[in-house]
Design a protein around this ligand. Sequence first.
Ligand SMILES: NC(=O)C1=CN([C@@H]2O[C@H](COP(=O)(O)OP(=O)(O)OC[C@H]3O[C@@H](n4cnc5c(N)ncnc54)[C@H](OP(=O)(O)O)[C@@H]3O)[C@@H](O)[C@H]2O)C=CC1
Ligand SMILES: CC(=O)C(=O)O
Ligand SMILES: [Mg+2]
Length: 596
Amino acid sequence: MASLELAQPHANIKQSQHHVSSKPISTTSGDYDTANSLEVRKYLRTYGLTPPVVESFEVQAQRCLKLLSMKPTPIEKYQYLTHLRATNVHLFYRLLADNIKDITPLIYTPTVGEACLRWSEIYTQPEGLYLSYSDRGNLHTILANWPHNVEITVVTDGSRILGLGDLGVNGMGIPVGKLALYTACAGIRPDATLPLQLDLGTNNKAFREDPLYMGSRIPKISPEEERDFLDELMAALTERWPGIVIQFEDFKNPFPALERYKDIYTCFNDDVQGTGAVIVGGFINAVRASGVPVKDHRAIFLGAGSAGVGVAKQIVEYFIKEGLTEEEARRKFWFVDSNGLVTLDRGDKLADHKVYFAREDNDGKQIQSLSRLIEYVKPTILMGLSTIGGAFNRDILERMARLNDKPIVFPLSNPSSKSECTFEEAVRYTEGRALFASGSPFPSLEFGGKTLTPGQGNNMYVFPGIGLGAILCKAVNVTQDMIYASAESLSTSLNAEEVAAGWLYPDIRRIREVSVVVTRGVIRAAQENGVDRELSLRGLADEQLDSYIRDRMYDPHRERENVADEVAQLIATASGGAHATTNGHGNGIAIRGPHL
Ligand SMILES: NC(=O)C1=CN([C@@H]2O[C@H](COP(=O)(O)OP(=O)(O)OC[C@H]3O[C@@H](n4cnc5c(N)ncnc54)[C@H](OP(=O)(O)O)[C@@H]3O)[C@@H](O)[C@H]2O)C=CC1
Ligand SMILES: CC(=O)C(=O)O
Ligand SMILES: [Mg+2]
C-alpha cells in the first residue's frame, strides 16, 4: 500500500494536490508524520507543511500521552484517539502497541459503550461502511466504493450493542473498535480491515426520534427480510474480496445467520463462538486452580442469550474431552433468563437456542431467586452474561464463598456498568478466594497483603488469532475445531510467572505473542479439518509456523522505516530523471524531483 501511495503524488502532481481530500477514508495516513525524514517529506511534497523538527517516536508518544492525559473524560480521550487514527494511523498503532493495557479500555469496552450511546452526537468522520436495507439489490456496487483491499470485516446490525441494547447505526463503534484490536493484537494491516454497519432499522424509538440519529428511521426489519439481505451481503462481500473473513458481532439473534453461513463462507460469530472460546480458555485454568475434579463441577449461568449459550456449549466440549459423556456434561448447567430458571415445563415457548440446556428436573420452588437456586444447585461456577449490572450482590457472592473453597465467578457482561459484580466486590465478599474474570477490565487491588489481579475474560484474547489464522491459511470455513483450538491455545499461553501468580489469562501486554500461539492453534486445526487452502504451511514445524505468522504481522514500529526505505529506493530508481517542478500545494517551494 505504502509504495502505491508514495508513487502516485510524485508521478502525478494533480493527484498530489488532492492527496488528502480525495481519500475521505484513509487508513494509511501518515504523510504529515513529524517522524518523516526530510527526504521523505520532499518526496511526498509535504516539506514545510509540518514543523521543521524530525521527531523520534519517543517524543511523539510523549506528546500524545500528554494530550491524552489533558482530556478529562474517557469519551474525550476516545475522540482524541479517533482523531489520531484518522490523521496518523501508524503513530496510533505504535502508541496502542506500547500502551495496550491503558489504551484498550479507551477504544474498546468500556468506553466504546459510551461512544456508541452517543455516536450520532460525537460523529465527525467516516470510519467504515454503512449499508441500508434500502440499498438491497445494489450491495455489490456499494462495496466497490470502499477504496482498499479487505481481508477481514466485522459486521453488526447494531441490534444488541454490548449490554446496552438496540443502538441501530450507532453500533459502528463496535466494528471500528474490534478491528483496531485485530490490528493491534494480531497485526492485520489496518487498510485490510472493513468496519461494516448494517442499517436495517432500529427498535430504539428514542433514537428514531432523535434529529441527530444517522440511520434509517424505520423499525427493525423482519427476520425474513434480514435473511434475504444477509444472503445478498455475504455473496457480495465474497465476490468483491475473495477469501474475506467475515465476523458477525452484536446481533440480537445471531443464531440463524451462523447456522446458515458457517459451512458456506469463511465466517464466525464472535459473541457465540469467540466468547465461548475465550471463556473456556480461562475456565480450563480456573478448573485446575479450583482443585475440584471436572466431574464435580456445577454451573449456574445468569443470562441465556447468544453469549451464555455459546460459552456453555464450549464448556460442554471441554467436559467431554475431560471424560464426561455429553449427557453428563449438559446436565451440569442451570440457566436463568429474564423469566427465571430455564425449564422445559415453565409454560412459555423457549427460544430454540435455550432448549438444549433447559432442565426438567426441578420442582419449581427453587426458581424464584438466584440465591435460592444457588442453595438448590450448590454451584462451583457462577457465570454472568445477563446485562444486569450488580446482579451478583453481596448475598450471592457470600453464598458462593460458603459453598466453595475457590468459587469460580465470571461476571462477563459489558460494559463495566453492566458487569454482574466488580472485582473489588468479588474479592471482598469471598475473602479473596474467588477465581475471577470479567468482560470489562477492573484494576488490581491489595488484599491480605497481596496484590490481586483480575482476569479479563473478553473475546479480544481470541478473535484476533481466529481471524489471522483463517486469513493466513486461507480457510474455506471457520470450523468448530478451529474455534476450540483457539481456546486450548489460549489456556497454554500463560508464562511461568503468570501461572505462579494464579492468573487465568495471560498479561494483556503480551497479547501479540499470545495471538501468535492462538493463530498457530487455529491454523493447525484448519489443517486437520482440511479446510486450509494455503497448503505450503502444512510442512512447517511449529517454530517455523510461528516465525511465518510473526513475519506477516503488521508492525507499526517498522512502518516508518519501511516508508523511508521505499522512498530511498524510489529516489535511487528515479535518479537521472530529475526535473524541476513545484510540489502542487501552490506554496512556491521548488521540488526538483525525487533527489534534491
Ligand atoms: N466477555 C465477553 O467477551 C463478552 C461479553 N458479552 C456480554 O454478555 C452480555 C449478554 O450478551 P448476549 O448473550 O449476546 O445478549 P442476549 O441479549 O442474547 O442475552 C441476554 C440474556 O440475559 C437475560 N436476562 C435479561 N435480563 C435478565 C434478568 N433480569 N435476569 C436474568 N437474566 C436476564 C436475557 O433473558 P431473555 O432470554 O429472557 O431475554 C438473555 O437470556 C452482554 O452484556 C455482552 O456485552 C457478550 C459477548 C462477549
Ligand atoms: C465483548 C463483546 O463482544 C461484547 O460484549 O459483546
Ligand atoms: Mg460482542
